[in-house]
Design a binder for this molecule. Structure first.
Ligand SMILES: C[C@H](O)[C@H](O)[C@H]1CNC2=NC(N)=NC(=O)C2=N1
Length: 93
């Protein structure tokens, strides 16, 4: 199981991830698209990196908006796995 990150580590990593914010034990990113098909198309692009990482985001799709929340459920908080996947997701359009 991955090691929980300290608050200092979390802030350091968030400084490099301008599209993500911390909400308790989660980091969160909100993406807006032209419409529902584009939002679902984006979510489908997350499958491969998540499966490759063995680490999966919590997703909410509302029409053209996708809310991505991430935490390491097995560790009970934020670990390097969350930030590695967040960096990958930030690079997906
Ligand atoms: C067996 C499987 O690898 C584990 O249940 C993985 C699946 N994806 C996961 N994703 C996230 N975000 N947290 C986990 O603890 C987690 N565990």
């Amino acid at each position: 199981m991955a090691q929980l990150l300290s608050e200092n580590d979390i802030q350091t990593q968030l400084n490099e991830l301008s599209d993500w914010t911390q909400e308790g034990k989660f980091i969160k990113c909100t993406r807006k698209f032209k419409g529902f098909p584009e939002a679902v198309e984006f979510v489908n692009k997350l499958v491969e990196p998540a499966e490759n990482a063995g680490h999966h985001p919590d997703l909410e799709i509302s029409y053209n908006t996708v809310i991505i929340k991430m935490t390491s459920h097995d560790a009970g908080g934020l670990t390097e796995k969350d930030f590695n996947l967040a960096r990958t997701i930030s690079a997906i359009n």
